[in-house]
Structure formats: structure tokens, C-alpha cells
Design a protein around this ligand. Structure first.
Ligand code: GCB
Length: 596
């Protein structure tokens, strides 16, 4: 009897241990305590790094068993059965979105495990960081079985120091999760496809024990160059060199920060002549180098001034979406988008509705294109949840830290078409203040709201913005284009108003002499009529057709759409230019010729 009862007790205890995770519904909480956020970010640009690209192994983990049962700690030497065998997972090239890599994963939403092994020889006295440029929508990172942290937000970079856990041979496991959630930024419902995965590069970055964390170079005014540097380490000065400008300065470090202002007599960057200068910074053994354009951007009344001269923004909107690669982009794809926009006659692109790959701003700097960069504070967001605000602020900080040396970026947008509530106002105005405090050298904007009764742009957020975005679809969703004329007359503002979206759907190759809905003719006609009204209005300082390319959207399921938003001026293959492309091109040529 005694033997039986102790055996029974033993079995129950074992079951409790074995089963405990099955009963733990709060299993994510312990992972979420360790956030990888902007305070740990180290600027990647200007450094050499070791890419962790190539074949990784992937396994869908629909029920999050890795996090629940601790697969990340498995060594392969377990003596009881385990539920995963890493070497049998499918091999996929990283970076990529999983949706395009394996047909059964096309619509998968949930957790995907990514695993790779890499060798590392850490040089004596160096510090090593892992840098992720984009994991959709959130990531849990493990190195050699040790949990490093959690990052929320699909489109901004994050980094984590791994000096202490690095070995000669290493195993990196990432749980990438793209579950849509009402408490995320963006929220559950968007007009784009919810791709998932490690879709931007991963790097190993080795730096000296004392190193440059971030640096920020810009014109404070037409004649003054300002440089601010954040450091981690012991040295009392940092050297700043720009040979072409004849600069060679030793700047004193106080409290891990160094700042200097010097007269600027060089050539400004602008879209016709995108002149850039090479800046090198040396702090002890650490050295960074970047090519940076210098320009000013400001507003005067309803004008936007680039280098003190008024400029009309001949814009277009763009999503990161390709039929073969989803949200993954490489340099060639980015160059192609910029070329298509240039050919259209654009001088500005609105990167909707989330931070695009850093290549975009780097190449726009090189080619002379202005950019509107945006946070995915899109439609309905849980504005009253403090954790959601913290997440949005973190994404904004990561974006600004990544791109504030990119002169092409002129506007930080804090959101798009959100409902008018007190909570939304508080949320978005605090984002606008944060953008200004991190980067006072750019404009802050957002797509604002319209009072449809009085036909007037009317948004309490306007007071916190430098530029007012207006998305309008009169003549498409609302058939009465006449309302647009009234709206523009009612909306004379002392700030620039940009038409941040206007457009109509057209299925490439569908022609109709009567200009039926979704025909190319209808879309072209729409743009002709819209431009007459928009360019005739003194209110409008820029126009951004919605958009350059068709893109996937699960909300768009009529017979013309077939899962795509068809408002592109070019179809999703990027080969077929619709009739409206030429219409917009003609208008933009005319605006340019008029010197507007
Ligand atoms: C909008 C949204 C954009 C949509 C677009 C449309 O106002 O900002 O994300 O895709 O309308 O096509 O309806």
C-alpha cells in the first residue's frame, strides 16, 4: 500500500511538472518583461557588420509551444521525447516574408520559429550586438538557449548586446509573430496584407568597448551646421572630420554626449542637385562614416520651403508590397520604385503607412527625392491604452534614430485617418511632441479629418502639426466631386495642406469607352478632374495620388480586385502602366514647367 501511494504521488508530481505549462495562460508575460526598445538601439549606418543572411530553418508554431514549453532551451541531448527536431525544419532564405516562400504559409498568421547557427570569433575587448532591421510583427529572441528579449513593431530596427552570451558556435532562435491585435500599432484592421517574418536584414555588429551610439548631423539654419553625438564609453572627446567642408574638430564629451555647431558655407542638398558630404567620427578606436546631405525644410504660411524656396510637392504614395516578395525589398526594388516615381514627375514620395526599409531614404538622398515617413498609427488604434502609446512612441523613436541623418526625409507623420476622440488627440499630440523633441529639424504631419457636414478640414490635431494631410476620394467613394471644390474653399489654413491621398481603382487592362467603374478610363478621368480642382486651389501645397503600385489587401475581394487594392497607377507586376499614369505625368510636367 505504501509503495503504491508514493508511486501515485510521484506520478502526480511529474505530471504537474510536465503539464504545468499547458495550464499557463500567462506564459507570454515573462517574455514581455524584457523589452528590446529604442534605449538599447545602436545606429547601424556607417559601420561594417557581419550579415546573418542566407538559409535559416523555419517552423510554424501555431500554438506557441516553443514559448510555452521552452523549446528554445533544447540542446538535442534530451532523454525524454520532445516535440521538435530543429534539423527537420524547412530551409528558407532570410530575409524574406514567409508568405511568399512556401505556399501553405501564404495566409498563415501566428508564430513562426526561425533558427540559424553561426560561428563567431569575438575580438579581444570588443562588444558585439545583434541588429534586426525588421521582424513582422514582433520578435522573441534567444541566443544559445538564453532569452535576450522581445520587440514589438514590424518596421523599425532593434538591437541587443550579446557580448556575454556569444560563443564560438552559436544558435540563434527567433520567434516571429504576426498575429494582428487590437492592442498593437497597427491594429487588427488595415488596408494592406499582414506579411510575417524576418523580412529585413539581421547583422552581427562588433564595436570597441567605447563606441558611438547615435549621431545626428543637420543644418540648424542656412548657415549653421549642428552635430550631436551620443556615446557609450570613457573617452573625453570625439573627432569629427568632413574633408570637403574643411572640418576637423575635437569635440568635448560631457555626460556621454557631444555637441557642436559650426558655420556652414557649403552647398545645400536639393532635388536637382543632391550634393552630399562624407562625415567621419572617431571615438577612441570606434569609427563611423556616412554620406550626408544638408538642407533646411520649413513652412511659411501655407508654403513648404526647401532651402528657403517654396516647393510644391509633386508626390505619390507607395506601399512595400511586391507579388513575388511581399514586404521584402532589396536595393534594386527600391531603386525601381524611385525611378518609376521620378519618371512620373514626382519630387516626393509618401511612404505609407509604416516605416519602409532604410534603403529608401538612403537612395532617395542619393537621387534627390523627398520623403514623407509615417508611423502605422492607422485607423482604429487602442488610443486609451498606455502600453499602446508606449509602443507607438518606441516605434517613432526607432524610426527617427534610424533616419534623422537622411536629408530626403522632410516629414514625420504620426498617423493616418484616425477617429476624432479625446484619447486619440492626447495620443497623437504626444507623438507629435516626441517627434519634435527628437528631431526639431523636420516637419510633423498626419492625415487629418474632415467635417463632412460643413465640408471643411476640421481636426483638433491640426494645432500640433506643421503640415495638414488630407485624404479625399470625392468622385470615387463619394460620387460627388463637386464637394471637393467647396471643401477646399472652406479649408483655407495658415499651414500647408497636402492632399496625401486621392485616387480611384482600375484593373490593369480593363478598358471601357463609357469609363465604367474599375476601368482604366475611369481612373484617368478621375485624375484629370481632380487635378483641375486641386491645382486651382491656393490651399494645396502638394498632391499624392494613391498610389504608385497595386498592392495586396484581403479587404478587396470584388471581381476586379481579387485580393488587391487596384488604385495603383501601375499594376502589381510593375510592368503595366495604366492610363492614369500618363495623366498624372502630364500634370506634373505642367506644374514643373510653371515653376510652381
Ligand atoms: C485610405 C487609406 C488607405 C487606403 C485607401 C483606399 O484612405 O488611408 O490606406 O488603402 O484609403 O484605397 O481606400
Amino acid at each position: 500500500m505504501l509503495v503504491f501511494s508514493s508511486l501515485q504521488c510521484y506520478t502526480t508530481c511529474m505530471q504537474t511538472i510536465y503539464l504545468s505549462h499547458l495550464h499557463d495562460q500567462a506564459f507570454r508575460a515573462k517574455f514581455h518583461q524584457k523589452q528590446l526598445a529604442c534605449d538599447q538601439l545602436v545606429t547601424l549606418t556607417g559601420r561594417t557588420s557581419i550579415p546573418l543572411e542566407g538559409p535559416w530553418r523555419l517552423c510554424p508554431d501555431q500554438y506557441d509551444t516553443c514559448l510555452r514549453a521552452g523549446w528554445y532551451a533544447y540542446t538535442g541531448k534530451e532523454t525524454t521525447p520532445v516535440d521538435c527536431d530543429f534539423e527537420f525544419w524547412k530551409e528558407v532564405i532570410v530575409p524574406s516574408v514567409w508568405n511568399t516562400e512556401h505556399e501553405p504559409w501564404e495566409y498563415y498568421e501566428g508564430s513562426m520559429l526561425y533558427r540559424t547557427e553561426f560561428a563567431s570569433s569575438q575580438k579581444e575587448g570588443t562588444r558585439t550586438f545583434l541588429v534586426f532591421e525588421g521582424v513582422a510583427n514582433r520578435a522573441y529572441v534567444f541566443l544559445n538557449g538564453i532569452y535576450l528579449g522581445f520587440h514589438e513593431g514590424a518596421s523599425t530596427p532593434f538591437s541587443v548586446e550579446i557580448t556575454a552570451s556569444l560563443q564560438d558556435r552559436n544558435t540563434l532562435l527567433v520567434c516571429a509573430n504576426n498575429t494582428r491585435s487590437v492592442s498593437s500599432v497597427p491594429s487588427e484592421n488595415t488596408d494592406w496584407f499582414n506579411y510575417g517574418g524576418i523580412y529585413r536584414q539581421v547583422h552581427l555588429m562588433q564595436v570597441s568597448p567605447s563606441f558611438i551610439r547615435h549621431w545626428y548631423v543637420r543644418l540648424l539654419d542656412a548657415h549653421t551646421l549642428g552635430i550631436d553625438i551620443e556615446l557609450s564609453g570613457i573617452h573625453d572627446s570625439v573627432q569629427v572630420v568632413c574633408k570637403e567642408l574643411g572640418l576637423s574638430l575635437l569635440v568635448a564629451v560631457h555626460d556621454h554626449k557631444a555637441s557642436v555647431q559650426v558655420p556652414f558655407t557649403g552647398q545645400v542638398w536639393d532635388i536637382e542637385n543632391p550634393k552630399r558630404y562624407t562625415f567621419c567620427l572617431q571615438y577612441g578606436q570606434d569609427r563611423v562614416e556616412d554620406t550626408i546631405g544638408l538642407r533646411t525644410i520649413a513652412c511659411r504660411g501655407n508654403q513648404i520651403l526647401l532651402n528657403d524656396k517654396p516647393i510644391f510637392l509633386r508626390g505619390v504614395c507607395l506601399h512595400e508590397d511586391h507579388p513575388d516578395f511581399g514586404r521584402y525589398v532589396n536595393e534594386n526594388l527600391v531603386r525601381r520604385s524611385l525611378e518609376d516615381a521620378k519618371l512620373l514627375g514626382c519630387n516626393c514620395i509618401r511612404l505609407s503607412h509604416y516605416p519602409h526599409h532604410r534603403y529608401m531614404a538612403e537612395i532617395a538622398d542619393e537621387l534627390g527625392m523627398l520623403l514623407w515617413e509615417e508611423l502605422p498609427v492607422y485607423w482604429a488604434i487602442a488610443f486609451s491604452e498606455p502600453a499602446v502609446l508606449a509602443d507607438a512612441k518606441n516605434q517613432l523613436s526607432e524610426l527617427i534614430l534610424r533616419d534623422r541623418n537622411r536629408c530626403s526625409v522632410i516629414i514625420w507623420s504620426v498617423g493616418n485617418e484616425n477617429p476624432d476622440t479625446d484619447e486619440r488627440l492626447a495620443f497623437m499630440s504626444s507623438l507629435a511632441s516626441l517627434a519634435r523633441s527628437l528631431d526639431p529639424s523636420r516637419l510633423v504631419g498626419a492625415a487629418c479629418l474632415v467635417n463632412e457636414h460643413t465640408l471643411c478640414i476640421e481636426d483638433r490635431l491640426e494645432a500640433c502639426l506643421d503640415v495638414i494631410g488630407l485624404n479625399e476620394y470625392y468622385g470615387w467613394y463619394d460620387p460627388d466631386m463637386g464637394k471637393l471644390k467647396i471643401l477646399l474653399e472652406h479649408s483655407l489654413k495658415d499651414k500647408p495642406v497636402l492632399i496625401t491621398e486621392f485616387g480611384a481603382g482600375a484593373k490593369a487592362g480593363f478598358h471601357d469607352a463609357e469609363a465604367a467603374l474599375f476601368s482604366e478610363e475611369r481612373q484617368a478621368l478621375f485624375y484629370k478632374q481632380q487635378f483641375v480642382l486641386l491645382l486651382g486651389s491656393p490651399t494645396v501645397s502638394g498632391t499624392f495620388p494613391w498610389l504608385l503600385y497595386d498592392f495586396r489587401s484581403p479587404r478587396r475581394m470584388n471581381k476586379y480586385q481579387g485580393g488587391y487594392n487596384r488604385k495603383g497607377l501601375i499594376d502589381q507586376s510593375r510592368r503595366h502602366k495604366k492610363l492614369a499614369y500618363a495623366t498624372v505625368q502630364t500634370e506634373y510636367r505642367r506644374i514643373k514647367e510653371q515653376g510652381r
